[in-house]
Design a binder for this molecule. Structure first.
Ligand code: ZN
Ligand code: ZN
Length: 295
């Protein structure tokens, strides 16, 4: 029934969903030095009026003391690039997107403009264990996409950060990973309430019953629903805010044969699924190099 509805929705005019999101990365580190290097193919570094190509093991270091103008990192032709970004001695992550580094007060701010579907896959990879059943990963993917679609710009100079303040994400996952498949198989699908995308909340473990919350920014009243898996395997053990999707419960439902639509129905009563039109055809990337949609 639900599947038939989705097919029908696909055939009629669909609302468009923004194709990229601007994610502030390494926000907890307050970096004063950042290093960027190519992941596979050469990358283009542009600062003020000058630009240079980095290839192989070459890297480019940005220090807060030296910088006044932003640094932009793209592929050779100005599109999304595969690159490593690191805080020397602390952290190194690989991203795919367009990177802007700018000084902000006494630290550097790094913002990756990333394909929304890659961001969704990254959230799934960071939030769920890869061996969780696929339908649970798909439910998480729809929740993450809905959040990005509904929550608007949550920071002054970028849309979302990479911590649980917004949605937790690390590097973009391997395109062969279950997280990527979950994003791909739910591409463009969001959870809606009263005709608008819902900034769907989720947490790790509800302890047996999720929590109700009437006053939310998007008007959705979260319901208190029973969670079989937590009742049986982790009664009373709560991790997170207990609102919306219970990640452990979702994995339990999926293991018992539920699909992602049934899981979302259970944890978000009164919502529906919408298939959004995408502005460009998103191609499943194969590493390396990553094939990327162009607007
Ligand atoms: Zn945030
Ligand atoms: Zn639960």
């Amino acid at each position: 029934m639900r599947k038939a509805l989705l097919c029908f929705l696909l055939a009629v005019a669909l609302p468009a969903l923004s194709q990229t999101v601007d994610i502030g990365v390494f926000t907890l580190f307050k970096p004063v030095e950042l290093r960027v290097s190519p992941a596979f193919t050469p990358i283009l570094i542009t600062t003020n009026a000058t630009s240079k190509i980095l290839e192989g093991r070459q890297s480019f270091t940005v220090r807060v003391a030296q910088r006044t103008a932003p640094v932009r990192v793209t592929s050779r032709d100005g599109a999304a690039a595969d690159f490593h970004l690191s805080i020397p001695g602390k952290i190194d992550r690989q991203f795919h997107g367009i990177l802007t580094i700018r000084p902000r007060g006494h630290k550097l701010e790094a913002v990756v403009s990333i394909d929304r579907e890659i961001a969704v896959a990254s959230v799934v990879a960071a939030e769920m264990t890869p061996n969780a059943p696929l339908e649970a990963l798909k439910a998480q993917a729809v929740a993450a996409r809905s959040y990005y679609a509904a929550a608007g710009r949550r920071h002054d100079t970028f849309d979302f950060c990479d911590t649980t303040h917004c949605q937790f994400l690390r590097a973009w996952p391997n395109p062969a990973s279950p997280a990527f498949r979950a994003a791909q198989e739910t591409r463009g699908i969001t959870l809606e309430y009263a005709g608008k995308p819902l900034a769907a909340l989720y947490s790790a473990s509800c302890g047996g019953q999720t929590r109700a919350l009437a006053d939310t920014a998007d008007g959705y009243p979260y319901y208190s629903v029973p969670c079989d898996f937590c009742r049986r395997h982790a009664p009373g053990i709560v991790r997170g805010h207990q609102l919306g999707l219970c990640q452990n419960g979702a994995a339990g439902m999926a293991a018992a044969g539920a699909d992602f639509q049934a899981i979302l129905d259970h944890y978000f009563p009164g919502t529906s699924l919408a298939q959004n039109r995408l502005n460009a055809i998103f191609l499943l990337p194969v590493p390396p190099p990553l094939r990327h949609s162009k607007d």
